[in-house]
Design a protein around this ligand. Structure first.
Ligand code: SAM
Length: 274
């Protein structure tokens, strides 16, 4: 009989969020596949759990998947954990879960903390539909395109970001969405300096410029949905032409983006076409 793969969530900061069931499973399985064995080792020590750890990270995911699948098919039970939160959410594990499905090895979730849902539920933005965008590309054209796409999303969007790039993210979103779009910065969730800042993109940019504490720690940005277009394209053409007569395309695009609530890049393309 094949063993079972358990996908086990661990705390994202507050150790009291380590669930009873997670501890039991980690103590009972034959091996715990961990993103960083030292980080997980410290967590398990603090919880008094003894387990056999094996590394499973971005750089050995392919070879380890084969090894772990063999063990599972031999009947071993395996738990997968990441450094913090829920595995597979901007963390490794997808390959292993897919391989288990293909080999008909059971996969069982042991749910718990995730920065994604923790941020979403305190953001005060619509939760009926949402998009998880993970980490955006770090720079260049790919980042610009990602920002442009985010700006046009008609649903609440959750983004993970590193403190080093937070200012650039907020500035980029200001350009694409206009400064009025609502956003929520969720920082250090479940930890001592937990902070949730809700307001417009322009307000957040101003706060970041004067309060460098907001650039520290772990953070999630939750962006409100793009407003439904106030005006159809055809209706915009007369205004677009007037603006083009008075302003360079980029400034006309900014005005139109603010007026319609639509991405600046989209307005720019429409103006160029005119
Ligand atoms: N798998 C994890 C999860 O379930 O949330 C996420 C792993 S991802 C590599 C790490 C990112 O998650 C951080 O850079 C940050 O964006 C977010 N994050 C993790 N812990 C957080 C916390 N306590 N508060 C805010 N964001 C956090």
């Amino acid at each position: 009989m094949a063993g079972t793969l358990f996908i086990v969530s661990t705390p994202i900061g507050n150790l009291a969020d380590f669930t009873e069931r997670a501890r039991e499973v980690l103590a009972q399985v034959d091996v715990v596949a961990a993103e960083d064995t030292r980080t997980t080792g410290r967590l398990l020590d603090s919880a008094g759990v003894r387990a056999r750890l094996l590394s499973y990270h971005d750089h050995n995911e392919e070879s380890r998947t084969v090894q772990l699948l063999e063990r599972l098919l031999d009947g071993d039970n395996v738990a997968l954990v990441s450094d913090a939160g829920t595995p597979l959410i901007s963390d490794p594990g997808y390959r292993l879960v897919k391989a288990c499905h293909e080999a008909q090895v059971p996969v069982v979730p042991v749910p718990g903390a995730s920065a994604l849902l923790a941020a979403l539920v305190v953001a005060g933005l619509p939760t009926d539909r949402f998009l998880f965008a993970g980490f955006l590309p770090a720079k260049g054209k790919a980042r610009e395109q990602a920002l442009e796409q985010l700006a046009a999303e008609p649903v609440t969007t959750v983004v993970y970001e590193s403190p080093r790039r937070l200012v650039s993210l907020v500035e980029g979103l200001c350009q694409q969405c206009g400064g009025e779009r609502q956003v929520v910065l969720c920082r250090e969730l479940t930890k001592r300096f937990e902070t949730v800042i809700s307001g417009s993109l322009a307000d957040l940019a101003a706060r970041l410029a004067t309060d460098s504490d907001q650039l520290r720690g772990e953070m999630v940005l939750v962006l409100s949905p793009a407003p439904a277009a106030r005006t159809a394209d055809a209706d915009l053409v007369p205004l677009a032409r007037l603006l083009l007569a008075e302003l360079p395309v980029s400034r006309a695009a900014r005005v139109l983006a603010q007026w319609t609530g639509r991405p600046r890049a989209e307005m720019y393309r429409m103006l160029e076409a005119l």
